[in-house]
Ligand binder design. Structure first.
Ligand SMILES: Cc1cc2nc3c(=O)[nH]c(=O)nc-3n(C[C@H](O)[C@H](O)[C@H](O)COP(=O)(O)OP(=O)(O)OC[C@H]3O[C@@H](n4cnc5c(N)ncnc54)[C@H](O)[C@@H]3O)c2cc1C
Length: 411
């Protein structure tokens, strides 16, 4: 093993230049930890799953106040602030699962018990949705919901970094802890950098890097394809014109009218577990089309629409479907941010706020505080209780000193 030179030694190293890595870099900068290195395999940031320019964001609604529901409400509010400069849209209509039995009163009461208000979550009938959202589909309207360009967020942040802070086109193959420092190596065993703090933010790539230091994380790939369709203004599709984003079995952004009078329409996203193929699949276009057609009531002609573009990405998903974020208990200076699943916008924003607070707390104590993830008084005041923070920590998958038996949370 070669010894580090002073120019290879940093205050922190971040592996991954997607939205997770970007959120962490913002937290380091907030704490004046500017001597960091970010490493990514791509020749530009956000060439992985964060190459998405229309990622939707609205709080999750379920039957009860589950951990996911409570976390998503907090994270949604953080996302609106953290990614405010990249926020587009004027609301999201989340369609009722069973439109025929859509009981407005019951649903409104349920939302109130889950902490929503009439201002931020409006239960609407089909007639009300026609006026409010441009489509006659019953559901819950989130007026503050929207979508963001993840790729642009990453690229803008990287454009502010110096050459010394960024190392692109480098793939990390192994990490090791020695002399109170984390050593980061490429495939040829070449040392890429050394730091007391190491952040693993490489999506699904976190699994093998964590394994290289004996941490077993139950992560799996879920391939997703987003389709951009085109249709003419005379087509049956043009009759249905959502003015807001729709989310349900599929999701779509409002169609964009082009100069020639045709429309471009982003519709997603297929969900193929344990698939990692980045090629565009015709069958995923067909699946997206069939789901959106079903959502809109099967009145449009599939022959009058065609796919013209696609975005394919591999989501990283933990087996309890929650994100993994925070310090790793028993591994001083090691932190993880991954498993953002289909909610990269909101989980990255929540992580950014929490890492900012946690690093500040560590610096106040001049110590690594790996047993807890400090959320700070403001987030605690917004309902980020200890049980919710524990549900995010990597420690939920670590059983004592041995990682062979993951402890799965009940939610
Ligand atoms: C089709 C589709 C639709 C989606 N829609 C939405 C949506 O509507 N709303 C939403 O919030 N989210 C959505 N998501 C999810 C969102 O895109 C992801 O959660 C998010 O982009 C994940 O970001 P990340 O930084 O964790 O991973 P990535 O963006 O994949 O970044 C990981 C980075 O690590 C690098 N890397 C990997 N391994 C190594 C290594 N060994 N060494 C160096 N670098 C490495 C990669 O090059 C990559 O740049 C969607 C995802 C897909 C696929």
């Amino acid at each position: 093993m070669n010894m580090p030179t002073p120019s290879q030694t940093y205050e922190a190293i971040v592996i991954g230049g997607g939205i997770a890595g970007t959120a962490i870099i913002k937290s380091l900068k907030n704490n004046n930890l500017n001597n960091f290195l970010v490493i990514d395999s791509g020749n530009l940031p956000a060439q992985g799953t964060s190459g998405h320019d229309g990622a939707l964001c609205h709080p999750y609604i379920g039957r009860g106040a589950s951990r996911l529901q409570r976390l998503s409400m907090i994270a949604f509010n953080e996302a609106k602030q953290v990614w405010a400069n990249y926020w587009s849209g004027c609301g999201v209509l989340h369609l009722a699962r069973n439109a025929e039995n859509h009981d407005k009163n019951l649903m409104s009461e349920r939302l109130l018990t889950q902490g929503f208000s009439f201002q931020n979550a409006q239960v609407v009938s089909a007639d009300e949705a026609r006026i409010l959202c441009g489509v006659p589909l019953a559901g819950t309207f989130f007026p503050e919901g929207g979508w963001v360009d993840l790729k642009q967020i990453c690229r803008d942040l990287f454009s502010e970094l110096s050459d010394q802070q960024v190392r692109m086109s480098s793939t990390v193959a192994k990490i090791a802890y020695r002399d109170k420092h984390w050593f980061v190596y490429d495939k040829a065993q070449k040392l890429l950098g050394v730091a007391p703090r190491l952040f693993l933010a490489s999506g699904l790539g976190v699994k093998s890097l964590a394994a290289s230091t004996a941490i077993d994380l139950p992560l799996k790939p879920v391939r997703g394809q987003l389709s951009t369709f085109k249709y003419k203004k005379e087509s049956s599709w043009a009759k249905s014109r959502p003015s807001v984003a729709l989310s349900g079995k599929a999701y779509c952004l409002p169609p964009v009218e082009l100069k020639d009078g045709s429309y471009r329409w982003m519709v997603g996203s297929s969900y193929d577990e344990n698939e990692e193929d980045l090629n565009v699949w015709q069958k995923s276009h067909e699946e997206n089309l069939s789901l959106i057609q079903e959502m809109l009531g099967n009145e449009c002609d599939p022959l009058e629409i065609e796919p013209v573009d696609a975005f394919v990405g591999i989501r990283c998903v933990a087996n309890d479907r929650l994100p993994i974020m925070g310090p790793v208990r028993g591994y001083p200076g090691l932190y993880i941010l991954t498993s953002l699943g289909s909610r990269g916008v909101m989980w990255s924003a929540l992580a950014h706020q929490m890492f900012t607070e946690h690093l500040a707390e560590e610096m106040r104590h001049s110590a690594f505080l790996d047993a807890r993830f400090f959320a700070g008084a403001r987030l605690a005041g917004l309902g980020l209780s200890d049980d919710l923070v524990s549900a995010l920590l990597p420690a939920r998958f670590l059983a004592g000193a041995s990682n062979s038996k993951p402890i799965l949370p009940s939610a």
